[in-house]
Design a protein around this ligand. Structure first.
Ligand code: F6P
Length: 541
């Protein structure tokens, strides 16, 4: 953003400094004005520390940034990922479910359609309803998704979230980390004759995935008495690097493609979501795409004042750049959405964790806050104390589901009541006088000391997102909502949301450290701290 725009935000923030959320929430009609719906999602922003004038300032800044032109360029397939000279077309992955004219290039759509067909054939083969022309092992009961980052977080979230939509044909397991404990656990628990291993890596160079893939390939082979041919029928790859997958030993017929025009953290809609399709079936997977496409259509057509991703982005910018908090907490009130904070962590922090523009100049404002969180109500009994009374203000995003998939009415009412109560408590707080009136015992000094400790400052912002029910459609819409929120913030902050150079340095250093750690190879080029830690580890192994 420009300095002048930041100054306008600062002026609004100064005007609002003396207005407590108690007062803002009491304004007539505020709830209706600050609540918007798109398809199966409703968002309530009324508990944000913002007023109509500040929202207008933000909207004007968004219009000045020409966010809608940038949006159209993305949908069209312009090379907006400038550092990698690539288009950004995760939206094309679900365009078949859109009601609007499709802007993505035709050749891209053809490839996507044929990949969806191949996914469908593979799902059929595994579910035993046909061989789909796929040379795969039969009798699969368990699927292991080996992949990390975007090749894990989206698929894992979707499989967990959509348990109630599962067809029940297979159990799904996830193996992201290179930590051998989980790998060993899985090999102990599963039958190699009934397990399908998915190696999911856009680059097919990711150390964790290749290492685990190699270990599982050997495990499959020894489970088939060394018959590599039989064992390999338990291996499928998803990658943009078909050559590398083939070199690993997976023939092209069992490699589903990914493409440079889809970023890892935006890839659950592609064949990276194969494990999701295996869990919920192709009709379910299509419904998941449909939910995202509905949100795409909304993003493409709604004016900013009603556009959910834009409003979510603007309130995020408001909190970060006008009010200042450096972190944002996501609390889904649904156990099946437990992976949502981790998914959003990668989506937001890998996309927006930048400090220079594509032209290489330093941005004028702070960018992404730290995203973190956990499910409610568990979170209430762990870290909410700090959110209510700590010295730092942390904006919260609540995610609730209106209709549960069980009949335990009292549980669900208690769950949602807690979510609403927490948002109210953050916003309204409890004044010292209210706390004092409640303190009945002790001397005046004791009562005042206790009241001070039982005062809640309030004025702590939150947004509430309600899903009608947790379905493939609503989950698709929820994830696409956040993808587009990130997009709009990137436009406003002037950063490229689609590269991730910041993860490279550590990877390179790890390669240099590994031989020193494993074989005591000469680590003279390493820094003194690293050398000392290597020594400490090696002295015990
Ligand atoms: O290290 C970061 C990253 O490149 C992510 O962006 C990506 O989602 C993850 O690694 C996994 O990459 P790949 O799918 O190529 O194995």
């Amino acid at each position: 953003m420009l300095e002048a725009q930041l100054a306008r935000l600062a002026a609004d923030a100064a005007r609002l400094r003396t207005r407590h959320l108690r007062e803002l929430i009491a304004e007539p009609g505020r709830s209706a004005r600050y609540t918007h719906r798109a398809g199966p999602l409703l968002i309530d922003f009324s508990r944000q520390r913002i007023d109509d004038a500040a929202l207008e300032t933000l909207g004007a800044i968004a219009e000045e940034s020409r966010w809608s032109d940038a949006r159209d360029a993305m949908f069209r397939g312009d090379a907006i990922n400038t550092s990698e000279k690539r288009p950004v077309l995760h939206t094309a992955l679900r365009a078949s479910e859109s009601r609007l004219p499709i802007l993505a290039p035709r050749n891209v759509l053809v490839e996507i359609a044929s990949t969806l067909e191949r996914m469908g054939a593979l799902v059929e083969a595994v579910h035993g309803s046909g061989d789909g022309g796929v040379d795969l092992a039969r009798g699969i009961t368990d699927v292991v998704n080996v992949g990390i980052g975007g090749s894990d977080l989206g698929p894992r979230l979707a499989v967990e979230a959509l348990r109630n939509a599962a067809t029940g044909h297979v159990r799904c397991h996830f193996l992201p980390n290179v930590d051998g404990h989980r790998t060993a656990d899985l090999m102990r628990a599963l039958d190699p004759k009934k397990t399908l291993v998915l190696l999911v890596s856009k680059s097919f160079t990711t150390q964790e995935t290749l290492l685990n893939g190699g270990v599982l390939r050997d495990w499959l082979a020894s489970g088939h008495d060394g018959d590599r041919n039989a064992a390999d029928k338990h291996l499928v790859a998803v990658s943009a690097n078909v050559e590398a997958a083939r070199a690993f030993g997976i023939p092209a017929g069992r490699v589903l493609p990914m493409w440079d025009f889809v970023g890892g953290r935006y890839s659950v809609w592609s064949a990276v979501g194969l494990v999701v399709a295996l869990a919920i079936g192709m009709p379910g997977f299509r419904a998941f795409l449909r939910g995202a496409a509905q949100m795409d259509d909304h993003f493409r057509t709604a004016p900013w004042r009603e556009n959910l991703p834009v409003l979510l982005a603007l309130t995020g910018v408001w909190n970060r750049n006008a009010l200042g908090p450096a972190s944002e907490c996501v609390v889904p009130y649904h156990d099946y959405l437990a992976e949502l904070p981790s998914f959003l962590q990668q989506l937001e922090m890998e996309s927006l964790g930048k400090q220079v523009t594509p032209e290489g100049t330093r941005v004028a404002q702070r960018t992404v806050p730290v995203i973190w969180g956990n499910v409610g109500t568990n979170a209430q009994h762990a870290f909410f104390q700090a959110l209510h009374q700590g010295t730092d203000v942390v904006p919260v995003e609540f995610v609730g589901v209106v209709k549960p998939a069980h009949g335990l009415r009292a549980n669900h009412d208690a769950l949602l009541a807690n979510m609403l109560a927490q948002g109210a408590a953050f916003a309204l707080g409890k004044t010292f006088d209210e706390a004092l009136a409640e303190a009945k015992d002790g001397s005046d000094a004791e009562r005042r000391a206790l009241a001070a400790q039982r005062t809640f400052p309030g004025n702590r912002p939150s947004t509430t997102i309600l899903l009608d029910a947790l379905t493939p459609e609503s989950l698709g819409a929820l994830l696409a909502l956040h993808e587009h929120k990130v997009f709009v913030q990137a436009v406003l902050w002037g950063v490229n949301a689609f590269d991730q150079w910041g993860v490279e340095l550590g990877k390179t250093l790890a390669k240099a450290i590994e031989p020193a750690l494993a074989d005591g190879a000469d680590g003279q080029r390493l820094d003194a701290s690293t050398r000392a830690l290597i020594e400490a580890i090696r002295s015990q192994t």
